[in-house]
Design a protein around this ligand. Structure first.
Ligand code: FA5
Ligand code: MG
Length: 410
């Protein structure tokens, strides 16, 4: 079940070894396949892992720690805001953590957060697995329970997170999140002897909204925002916050009142608390007017040299290069998942792909076979692409679709 069609061929997963080498602990016995997750030494399981070289190469980049990078600036601004909040209410001192490694156990990432066994986020189609028990974290919520068990009652935890996802201007397989958690002093709740009463839950939720609205206002000034009901296995009630940007509502964070069972598992039955997880890229796109999420990874000096540490300046585009699209039609093979296709396209063409869209989908009336047509939009952010180059990329993509995904091209 864990064997993904893409790694039957070996693809470029072997290259992942290089990455783990940089995370070696001393005294390992498994050569350059060994790595650490917390204090545990472990190896990448080549039969299971679906981590491509493109993704592995991003693991040590830590854009959120790179001074002057917009992601570092927005992180510092939010942390600075919460420092002010802590100064105004000394009972809760928000501690900032930003250096936890992204390799986590499935227990941390899913089980501890009450993610059901069949939840889509656990699937190989959505998550990068190191081996069957370890993943590249899909969200910073993976650290909630360990930090709560350490007795921390107010913290922000920032890091890189990894997801197999669609490709467009606001989705990228590696992005950055900031987790925020506040655990209440029970005496502050409206019904201290019953921390899970309706009024306590309402109180905690109002406090959560106040903190996040305050943060958005402090950083963005008067931006239009709205709360939307949401679902997360680990919070109840759950809410998402959307901000109006480029003519549309952009989801910037998920949040809610922490589930009783999670609090109980962390010895916090006597109280209540809230949590949020925000997408740093999404907020930085709004703040710096950055139109495409790929730009955060650009090493073009025309991007990075526009920004100064701690300063907010609007991004000045350096001319937009022409797009070029190619369509690919095929009969949908069994077990096909769009994320497999996007990951494959990303691993061949990297940041030269702007979007991947399904433009046609029909079922053959006699054979019942399903035909799909995807449009791949190629556009470089820093130069013109030649036709020959795009044809070559498209050729490689088509070849890999046949070899690795078992697609029958039309
Ligand atoms: C979560 O990841 C939850 N862990 C958030 C949470 C924490 C809820 C604590 C409750 C309590 P979600 O999958 O919606 O939720 O992602 C959170 C944010 O990450 C999104 O609002 C968005 O801003 C950002 N995000 C999600 N996917 C991508 C992506 N592919 N590229 C860039 N940003 C993304
Ligand atoms: Mg969401």
């Amino acid at each position: 079940m864990f064997l993904n069609s893409m790694n039957r061929k070996g693809h470029n997963f072997l290259a992942v070894r290089r990455l783990w080498h940089r995370h070696l602990t001393t005294g390992n016995t498994r050569g350059n396949l060994a790595t650490t997750v917390g204090k545990r030494e472990m190896a990448v399981d080549q039969d299971i892992s679906n981590i491509t070289l493109r993704i592995a190469d991003k693991v040590d980049r830590n854009l959120h720690l790179q001074r002057g990078h917009p992601l570092n600036t927005i992180k510092s601004m939010i942390e600075g805001h919460f420092k002010q909040v802590s100064a105004a209410n000394p009972k809760y001192q928000f501690e900032c953590i930003d250096n936890l490694p992204p390799m986590v156990t499935t227990k941390q990432c899913f089980d501890e957060l009450l993610t059901p066994p069949d939840h889509v986020s656990r699937k190989l189609s959505d998550t990068y697995y190191i081996d069957k028990d370890h993943v590249l974290r899909t969200h910073t919520s993976a650290h909630q329970t360990e930090l709560m068990r350490m007795g921390k009652d107010a913290f922000l935890c920032t890091g890189d997170v990894y997801r197999r996802d669609e490709i467009d201007s606001s989705h990228y397989p590696v992005f950055h999140q900031m987790e925020g958690v506040k655990i209440f002093d029970p005496s502050e709740l409206p019904s201290p002897s019953n921390p899970s009463s309706d009024e306590s839950i309402e109180y905690v939720q109002q406090d959560l909204k106040m903190h996040l609205e305050g943060m958005v206002k402090a950083i963005f000034g008067d931006v239009e925002m709205r709360w939307v009901d949401a679902y997360f296995p680990f919070t109840d009630p759950s809410l998402e916050l959307e901000v109006y940007f480029q003519g549309d509502w952009l989801e910037v964070l998920g949040s809610g009142v922490i589930q009783r069972k999670i609090l109980g598992n962390c010895d916090l039955n006597h109280t209540n608390g809230w949590a949020f997880g925000l997408g740093l890229e999404r907020l930085a796109m709004v703040l710096f007017d950055i139109p495409d999420i790929r730009l955060f990874w650009s090493d073009d000096p025309r991007f990075i040299e526009q920004f100064r540490p701690g300063e907010v300046t609007k991004f000045v585009p350096y001319s937009k290069y022409p797009p070029c699209y190619k369509d690919v039609s095929f009969w949908k093979p069994e077990g096909f998942h769009e994320n497999d296709l996007c990951d494959l396209i990303g691993s061949v063409a990297g940041d030269l792909v702007e979007t991947v869209e399904l433009i046609d989908n029909f079922t053959h009336p006699k054979t019942n076979k399903v035909s799909l047509c995807y449009r791949i939009n190629f556009r470089s952010m820093d130069r013109n692409l030649t036709n020959a180059e795009v044809d070559d990329l498209q050729g490689q993509i088509r070849g890999e679709m046949v070899d690795s995904l078992g697609c029958e091209l039309r």
